[in-house]
Design a protein around this ligand. Structure first.
Ligand code: FAD
Ligand code: SF4
Length: 452
């Protein structure tokens, strides 16, 4: 994969990776062994026929490759950019045992971008209308997948989205420099092209209720509202001025275009020195966004070591190249403020690693040694949890953990006609796992409505 120069790219929000050239894509496709029992498919949550799509690319039939992917996955340009392929399809590729696995994600991105370069969208065959209405709540990858799969089967689908833009985390969370808005919009146009209606600014549970949907003739409801509520550490100083929760910080910039304030209405506080707490994709995105807003120093403060960082490897490397500083084995204890109530520093405790915990990662243990980093902004990126607005409005809905919806393997909740999937049932996960859940739920909704 080709990337833009770190010195140039860290000063703007344009996409960092440039994708494969045609020559590179064909050459990479030619490396695939076309295995009889392809391990890569088993590693893909939506089970794309990977060898088949790659064989089209090898023959330079890029649209054939794209059609094959779209039989399984309606968002190839998005998945080709943000899926953690290294732990999924590519992680399973047989070639990875002795050398480098096939770069499946980059080839997927190439075929999706190839169609863009032709200025066309090839829609698949759609079955005639069967007259059944299904409501989908939330327009993230889970909701969009259910909507697209059912629309292809002839269902009348309406997606209800709380925000003023569709796409879920893809639109409000993942920054432009990793996933351009025009890429998301194009894939949403594809879903709309299947006949899906998307209604924005509808906070279900407030503006409308589930009972009203059933009374309006919807036969089934899919809940894909994600896990967007903030999680805090619970340390002193979290209420100081200039402490942000990552989703709010990223939403201000990505969705509300705060970096163009006052041209756009929403502001964001720019800082000189920023500490981002956490080590996942959200932390990397927040750190790199703060850098692009003009920060001179940005620290990632993470309580385990580099080996345990949950973010995608590619994003860690990109962050390092751009000059993000890492403070490993560091656990924040208190955020310190000045007399006016603004952040001035963060005090951390040095940690050491001991035996693995239930997640399989080594457990951080306090050492008693403390140190202070001087910063004027802190961004909390330690995870998200379920938002209670909708789930608590549904009487009798079985929940687990911090308010996640309990479902079976096929996306059925304990209530008749109500299905769910994605982050709201698993907790914060990945785009492709949300899409996998959407596919299973779509199958199950079809069986339920058709009485099979
Ligand atoms: P979401 O994408 O959260 O979408 C839910 C939608 O429901 C939202 O649009 C929300 O506004 C809407 N909604 C909520 N409540 C209501 C309501 N009451 N009524 C109507 N609509 C409602 N995953 C990866 O695979 N790769 C990455 O690189 C990656 N990077 C990430 C970076 C960030 C900053 C974040 C936050 C997450 C990242 N993830 C990544 C995780 C991934 O984006 C999520 O797992 C995925 O988007 C979950 O999809 P979903 O459809 O379940 O929910
Ligand atoms: Fe090709 Fe690797 Fe899949 Fe085998 S496992 S079919 S080599 S991508």
């Amino acid at each position: 994969m080709r990337y833009r120069n770190p010195e140039k790219r860290k000063a703007d929000f344009k996409e960092v990776s440039l994708g494969l050239t045609e020559r590179q894509a064909v050459k990479e496709a030619a490396r695939c062994l076309q295995c009889k029992k392809p391990r890569c498919i088993a590693g893909c949550p939506v089970e794309i026929d990977i060898p088949k799509f790659i064989s089209f690319v090898k023959e330079k039939d890029y649209l054939g490759g794209l059609r094959t992917i779209r039989e399984f996955n309606m968002l190839p340009a998005i998945c080709g950019r943000v899926c953690p392929q290294e732990t999924q399809c590519q992680g399973m590729c047989i070639l990875g045992k002795k050398s480098k696995p096939v770069s499946i994600g980059s080839i997927e991105r190439f075929v999706a971008d190839y169609e863009v370069s032709l200025g066309r969208i090839d829609l698949p065959d759609i079955k005639p209308s069967n007259g059944h209405k299904v409501a989908v709540i939330g327009s993230g990858p889970a909701g969009l997948t259910v909507a697209a799969d059912l629309a292809k089967l002839g269902y009348d689908i309406t997606v209800f989205e709380a925000l003023h833009e569709a796409g879920g985390v893809l639109a409000y969370g993942i920054p432009e420099f990793r996933l351009p808005k025009k890429t998301i919009q194009r894939e949403i146009e594809f879903v709309k092209g299947l006949g899906v209606r998307i209604l924005l600014n509808r906070v279900i549970g407030k503006t409308q209720t589930i009972d009203e949907f059933f009374n309006d003739g919807f036969k089934a409801i899919f809940i894909g509202v994600g896990a967007g509520a903030p999680k805090y550490l619970g340390i002193p100083g979290e209420n100081l001025n200039n402490v942000y929760f990552a989703s709010e910080f990223l939403t201000r910039v990505n969705l509300m275009k705060a970096h163009h304030f006052p041209v756009y209405d929403t502001p964001v506080k720019k800082a000189r020195k920023v500490a981002v707490i956490g080590g996942g994709n959200v932390a990397m995105d927040s750190a790199r966004t703060a850098l692009r807003l003009g920060a001179e120093r940005v620290y990632i403060v993470y309580r385990r070591s580099e080996r345990e960082l949950p973010s995608r490897h590619e994003e860690i490397e990109n962050a390092k190249e751009e000059g993000i500083r890492f403070r490993f084995l560091s656990d924040p204890r208190v955020i310190l403020g000045n007399d006016a109530g603004w952040v001035r520093a963060i005090r951390c405790e040095k940690m050491r690693l001991s035996d693995p915990d239930e997640s399989g990662r080594k457990r951080p243990e306090p050492t008693g040694k403390e140190f202070t980093i001087s910063v004027d902004q802190v961004i909390m990126a330690i995870g998200q949890t379920s938002n209670p607005i909708l789930v608590r409005s549904i009487k009798g809905l079985k929940l687990w953990g911090d308010g996640y919806i309990g479902i079976d393997r096929e996306g059925r909740t304990n209530l008749k006609g109500i299905f769910a999937g994605g982050d709201i049932s698993t907790g914060a996960a990945t785009v492709i796992s949300a899409m996998g859940a959407g596919k299973r739920a779509a199958r199950s909704i079809d069986e339920y409505i058709m009485g099979r």
